[in-house]
Design a protein around this ligand. Structure first.
Ligand code: CA
Length: 390
């Protein structure tokens, strides 16, 4: 969806312009660095004959700002008992996402989507007395996009290699949550439930059976227990994702498996199932995930996690979309011996100031707690935010 939007909105730059920018950078490096070796290396990086190659380059992106953001609530934990966590985060720069893609020839292209963000630590955590953390904006990886080279193979197969942003759930993999909400919940960007975030190889092909179309994604992945941007063992991960579509209904299904530890003994498996129904201005979307990391809590305790979300979005007017989001996530991977339950309800509205600019009004109503009730945080978080897409 994002790629398509960028395709429509993108500025098409000639490679000549792009190389002149990089050439300018190279000159700056050679002037500031007194070393002739460095200057030679910088100049060599721009091969003169490559400047005239007609590479079609697309640039798009997003800017996210917080205009108003106030957490109101209480937290409980054994030593401090009940305490107030109410705090306002004011106006904030949240994120700048850049999407850069280029077509080198009929069979080779690339996409790199660096994300620059500033975190205020505004999402409350269970049993933690948190404060806003002033964080300078910085490059923070490719978590909302890809960094891949793309090969068009025979038989209408597309192969991507690199940070492939695997589609385990549509919510995270296709970045649908990102289009719906400025602040997301505990389901989407979470390796225990909605996301698989890894480097590897993606094979994609669409199959048509009469009026049913079925995109199929097959992955070979590093398979680490966290973001797998380098591998931790010789065991690859594998994942299959399918999206059979008939008219307004799309079904979603994935299965994932790997061994995540350095000794290659412990399995990590998870699966997801869900659907998307789109009719007129109405969108219904829901996905469920269940997974297990063997002995991730202790030598005798597996980390079992599961969760689901359900969303109803309705475009009441061309410039106004209403939304309600519910999710429940049960996670015990990060809390030794104790499961945590996250319940979120988030009504909201998006006002389209222009096709490419939204003002979002939303309220997160959350109840996060350890299931033995020893620690919990209960809050509401009204926010006003803005996102511009270019
Ligand atoms: Ca591996």
């Amino acid at each position: 969806m994002r790629t398509k939007a960028i395709g429509v909105l993108a500025m098409v730059l000639s490679f000549g312009l792009a190389t002149s920018v990089f050439a300018g950078t190279a000159v700056t490096v050679s002037e500031t660095e007194q070393s002739g070796v460095v200057a030679a290396a910088a100049n060599q990086a721009i091969a003169p004959e490559s400047q005239n190659l007609p590479i079609e380059t697309h640039i798009g992106g997003h800017i996210k700002l917080g205009i108003f953001d106030r957490v109101n609530g209480t937290s409980y934990e054994p030593t401090q008992k009940k305490f107030d966590i109410t705090k306002s985060y004011g106006v904030s720069f949240k994120e700048f996402d850049l999407y850069v893609s280029g077509k080198i020839n009929e069979w080779l292209s690339f996409e790199v989507d660096p994300k620059f963000s500033a975190s205020t630590g505004a999402t409350p955590k269970i049993g933690v007395t948190w404060t806003a953390v002033a964080t300078a904006p910085a490059f923070s990886g490719f978590s909302h996009g890809k960094a891949v080279v793309i090969f068009a193979l025979p038989g209408e197969i597309e192969m991507e290699i690199g940070a492939v942003h695997p589609v385990f759930t549509a919510e995270y993999g296709r970045e649908l949550f990102w289009d719906d909400e400025i602040n997301s919940g505990k389901f989407a960007a979470n390796n225990n439930v909605g996301s698989v975030h890894d480097n590897g190889i993606q094979f994609y092909r669409n199959f048509d059976f009469g009026s049913i179309s079925m995109p199929v994604y097959l992955y070979y992945l590093n398979g680490g227990s966290t973001d797998g941007f380098s591998d931790v063992n010789n065991e690859p991960g594998a994942m299959l994702h399918i999206e059979p579509t008939l008219g307004p209904l799309t079904l979603l299904g994935s299965i994932y498996g790997t061994r995540y530890d350095a000794a290659e003994k412990l399995a990590w498996t998870k699966w997801s199932a869900g659907g998307i129904f789109v009719w007129e201005g109405l969108t219904l979307r829901s996905e469920f995930v269940k997974g297990k990391q063997e002995k991730a809590i202790s030598v005798s305790q597996d980390a079992n996690s599961e969760g689901y979300y359900a969303k109803v979005l309705y475009k009441v007017l061309p410039w106004l979309q209403l939304m309600i989001h519910h999710e429940t996530v049960l996670e015990n991977a990060s809390v030794p011996g104790k499961a945590a339950k996250y319940i979120l309800n988030a009504p909201g509205a998006q006002i389209f100031l222009a096709d490419s600019a939204i003002l979002e009004l939303a309220v997160d109503i959350a109840d996060f707690r350890l299931t033995d009730n020893s620690k919990k945080v209960i809050y509401t978080r009204p926010s006003i935010s803005m996102r511009i897409t270019f």
